[in-house]
Design a binder for this molecule. Structure first.
Ligand code: ADP
Length: 233
C-alpha cells in the first residue's frame, strides 16, 4: 500500500550525460507526473547570493554540493511547489532527476519520498563524455567546461551515486540502454510508467483516501520549512 505521508516518487537515475534531464522534462509533461531536477534548481539560484556561490564553487569542480545544504534547499523548493499548487502529491508522481546522489541523501530523504520505481539510464562512459562535451558548447555549462571537470563528475558518479541503487529494492530498478534514440528511450520509459499510473488510478485518480494523514504531513512540513528558512536566511 502506498504511504500517504511521503511523495510517491520515480527516480531518473544515471551518470552525467545519460539523458536524465531530457527524458525527465518530457515525462513531466504527462498528466499525473511532476518533474523536478536538482541541477535546474541550483542553476536558477542568484549567483550573487551565498547559496548561488556555494553551488558554483562545488559544481565548477565537478563535485557534489554538500548534502545538508542540497536537501534543505530541495525540501524548501518542493514544499513551495505544493503551496503554489503546481505539484499535487495526492494525485501526481514526483519524477526526481539528480536526487538522491549519494547514500547520505537517500537516507535524509527516507521520510519524504516513497520510491516506487528507478529508471536507470545506462551508456558507456565514452558516449556520455562525448554528450557532455557537446552540451558544454551548446548550453555553456560550467560543470562540463573541461575534461578534468567531466572526468571528476564521472568519478563521483561511480564512487558515490551508483551505490544509491543498493539503498532500494532490486525489483524496482529498471535498466534502459541510454544510447538508443531519444524517442525509443522514451517509449521504454512509458512502458514502465503506464502500469504504475494505471495502478494508482485504480481508485479513479481520486485524492488519497487518507486525507487526514496527508493534511498532517503538509502542516508538519510547512512548520519545518519555516524554521529552515529562518536558519538559511
Ligand atoms: P547532470 O544532468 O549532468 O548529471 P545536473 O544538472 O544534475 O547534472 O547537476 C549539475 C551539478 O549540480 C552537479 O555536478 C552537482 O554539482 C550539482 N548537483 C545536482 N544535484 C545534486 C545533488 N543531489 N547533490 C549534490 N549536488 C548536486
Amino acid at each position: 500500500m502506498s504511504d500517504p505521508t511521503r511523495y510517491k516518487t520515480i527516480l531518473i537515475f544515471g551518470a552525467p550525460g545519460s539523458g536524465k534531464g531530457t527524458q525527465g522534462k518530457i515525462i513531466g509533461q504527462i498528466p499525473g507526473f511532476y518533474h523536478n531536477s536538482t541541477g535546474d534548481i541550483f542553476r536558477s539560484l542568484d549567483l550573487q547570493s551565498p547559496m548561488g556561490r556555494t553551488f558554483w564553487e562545488y559544481a565548477g569542480r565537478g563535485e557534489l554540493v554538500p548534502d545538508e545544504f542540497t536537501i534543505r534547499l530541495w525540501k524548501q523548493y518542493i514544499t513551495g511547489k505544493e503551496y503554489t499548487n503546481e505539484f499535487h502529491p495526492e494525485t501526481e508522481f514526483l519524477v526526481l532527476d539528480g536526487l538522491p546522489r549519494n547514500k547520505t541523501q537517500a537516507e535524509l530523504l527516507r521520510d519524504t519520498i516513497d520510491v516506487v520505481a528507478i529508471i536507470y539510464l545506462r551508456a558507456d562512459k565514452a558516449k556520455m563524455i562525448e554528450r557532455l562535451r557537446r552540451r558544454a558548447l551548446k548550453e555553456n555549462r560550467i560543470d562540463d567546461a573541461s575534461d578534468a571537470v567531466i572526468n571528476k563528475r564521472m568519478e563521483v558518479f561511480e564512487k558515490d551515486t551508483r551505490p544509491v541503487l543498493d539503498a532500494y529494492p532490486k525489483e524496482i530498478v529498471c535498466r534502459i540502454d541510454a544510447t538508443m534514440s531519444q524517442i525509443r528511450v522514451l517509449s521504454k520509459i512509458i512502458n514502465i510508467l503506464v502500469p504504475l499510473k494505471e495502478r494508482t488510478d485504480g481508485n479513479g485518480g481520486a485524492p488519497h483516501p487518507n486525507g487526514a494523514a496527508v493534511a498532517a504531513r503538509v502542516l508538519t512540513r510547512q512548520a519545518a520549512i519555516k524554521v529552515q528558512a529562518q536558519t538559511v536566511s
